[in-house]
Ligand binder design. Structure first.
Ligand SMILES: [Zn+2]
Length: 97
């Protein structure tokens, strides 16, 4: 449950510190990175709190992070890219603890 809350809280903090001026648009962009969790829908069960997402779900493969890093380069997709990394880091922290 804490994990899910962090998926909303951390992007809110990033927006609070770095994108105060356009917080609505920025928050939406960061949250749009949650789209990679669509791959949970093809997993059985859809959500398992004891499962490590990284390397299990097709959009959570470690090698895809190199691709996701490309989103950080253009201004327009940077927030989406940051959102992806926040998401993956949070998912990964779930695997460690
Ligand atoms: Zn995820």
């Amino acid at each position: 449950m804490l994990h899910l809350a962090l998926h909303f809280l951390i992007p809110a903090l990033v927006v609070w510190f770095f994108y105060k001026e356009q917080w609505k648009k920025s928050y939406l962009l960061l949250m749009s990175a949650m789209i990679i969790d669509l791959d949970h829908l093809i997993a059985v069960p859809i959500y398992d709190p004891n499962r490590c997402s990284i390397g299990f779900h097709p959009l959570h493969e470690p090698y895809l992070m190199m691709l996701y890093a490309l989103f950080l380069i253009p201004n327009k997709t940077r927030l989406f890219g940051i959102g992806l990394f926040i998401h993956l880091i949070l998912d990964f922290s779930d695997c460690v603890f």
